[in-house]
Ligand binder design. Structure first.
Ligand code: HEM
Ligand code: HEM
Length: 210
């Protein structure tokens, strides 16, 4: 029975955080572009959805995860974190990569212009989210070298995750090509419930998860 529940949980996670965004992406009525541009866009969207999933692969979701060993959940949390943080750190560069295959466009100039467009709130939010994500990755990688206790690090990591996901979601909703009402609803629901679970864990700790 326990093994069955574990399998159902894994299937539900894949369907909710990978299947659903892909499905909504295919439904959006945005005109398709080159294969490379569409592939990069889908990869970015899946990577972002996996960032949302991180909130559910944590102790704050322990009711749903009680059939799983926390050690194994954390293994997934760390692997997904490192892989998709890396993918998203390259996302601003990936936006201009397809231009290398188009004639007559200055790629470097386009990239610099994009990351210095400070009068576009969507770009500013992207830049803030990018910096927060870099700090999240670096402080996870160097956790053992930091002069703070594990508990303090965990709270720092949790609060940083909330600030990051708020800025990133706002950025994606403002700039995303494939972000229609259904996709917005998916992202806002996943982010809100994830943040709620974490804050409930901080403000209403039970002896098990304090
Ligand atoms: C980059 C690699 C990452 C590593 C190595 C990592 C590692 C960890 C570890 C060790 C914990 C503590 C688990 C526990 O003791 O309960 C944790 C918790 C958590 N992580 Fe990550 N993480 C990473 C990325 C992320 C990202 C990108 C997000 C969000 C987008 C995130 C969100 C969270 C949340 C919300 C918690 C729960 C904090 C708490 O219980 O106080 N993590 N992570
Ligand atoms: C230097 C920081 C950033 C810049 C300059 C930037 C720029 C952009 C631009 C211009 C778009 C629209 C792309 C298009 O229409 O093809 C976009 C979309 C997007 N961005 Fe960012 N971004 C940044 C950081 C981030 C971060 C940190 C994340 C996630 C954690 C993120 C996630 C996304 C997603 C998911 C999309 C939607 C893709 C789509 O709908 O096709 N971005 N970004």
């Amino acid at each position: 029975m326990e093994n069955k529940l574990k399998t159902y949980n894994r299937i539900a996670a894949v369907v909710a955080f990978i299947g659903l965004p892909i499905f909504l992406w295919t439904l959006s009525d945005v005109p398709s572009r080159t294969f490379l541009k569409d592939a990069i866009s889908l990869l970015t969207l899946i990577a972002f959805s996996c960032m949302l999933m991180q909130f559910y692969l944590a102790r704050s979701n322990n009711k749903l995860l009680k059939v799983h060993r926390m050690g194994s959940v954390m293994k997934w949390h760390k692997a997904i974190g490192y892989v998709f943080v890396t993918v998203l750190l390259f996302h601003p560069l990936l936006i201009v990569v397809p231009r290398y295959f188009e004639a007559g466009i200055e790629r470097e100039e386009a990239f610099v212009r994009m990351i210095t467009t400070f009068d576009n709130p969507g770009i500013v939010l992207g830049l803030i989210a990018w910096c927060l994500m870099l700090i999240l990755g670096l402080t996870s990688m160097l956790r053992k070298q930091l002069p703070i206790t594990y508990k303090t690090w965990r709270i720092f990591h949790g609060i940083l995750s909330i600030a990051f996901i708020v800025c990133a979601s706002w950025h994606v909703i403002m700039l995303g090509r494939h972000i229609d009402m259904a996709m917005t609803l998916f992202m806002l629901t996943a982010a809100t419930i994830g943040i709620f679970l974490l804050l409930r864990n901080y403000f209403l700790p039970t002896p098990k998860n304090a």
